[in-house]
Write a protein that binds this ligand. Structure first.
Ligand SMILES: [Zn+2]
Length: 189
């Protein structure tokens, strides 16, 4: 599947929105990728994750972990296809990325970190830190879309499409200057 096929799939499912958005990274943007509209469809999620899972097929993966909300469905389908034993997710508690709900990581376990869209990579970097602090090993990172301007997590990073969408800090945002109301479709408070 090529980048443009993935983008077409997003467009066909109304998952590329135009407007004025505050991303989970805090940056502002005129376009937003609503991956939930893609991942709500099990047949599409399965097809996309097949592609990503194939890139780890020679590796032993014990679990897949994603940051809530964006990483939850992706982590689950990736875990299913990688025949990993668990799919877990991290949440923010007092701004700190953490494992809740009784989820745990044992020393020596190998995982893939999953996130729907990578923008600044901040959440992913925090999840990697959390896994490593627990003695786990990160075999790689997967995302449906990479909209960063090239990012290095220090591990293998597999994505289905690279998309360049301009993002602005609040002070530099042309939409804020015009007074366009902002929408926050992301997950981080
Ligand atoms: Zn703005």
């Amino acid at each position: 599947m090529k980048d443009k096929d993935v983008i077409k799939l997003f467009e066909a499912n109304g998952a590329i929105l135009d407007g004025h958005f505050r991303l989970s990274s805090g940056l502002h943007s005129r376009r937003y990728l609503q991956c939930a509209l893609i991942l709500q469809k099990p047949d599409i999620a399965q097809r996309l994750c097949e592609e990503l899972a194939a890139r780890f097929k020679k590796e032993r993966i014990d679990f897949v972990v994603g940051p809530a909300m964006g990483g939850i469905v992706l982590a689950y389908e990736m875990a299913r296809q990688l025949k990993a034993r668990r799919a877990i997710f991290t949440e923010r508690e007092n701004d700190l990325m953490t494992l809740r709900r009784g989820f745990s990581i044992k020393p020596g376990e190998r995982c893939v970190v999953a996130e729907d869209v990578v923008t600044t990579g901040g959440s992913i970097a925090e999840v990697i830190k959390l896994v490593e602090a627990a003695g786990g090993k990160v075999a790689g990172v997967v995302s449906l879309i990479d909209r960063s301007s090239g990012i290095d997590f220090g591990v293998k990073f597999e994505t289905l499409a690279r998309v360049k969408i301009e993002a602005y800090s609040r002070d530099a945002c042309p939409l804020c200057k015009k007074g366009v109301p902002i929408v926050k479709p992301g997950s981080r408070r």
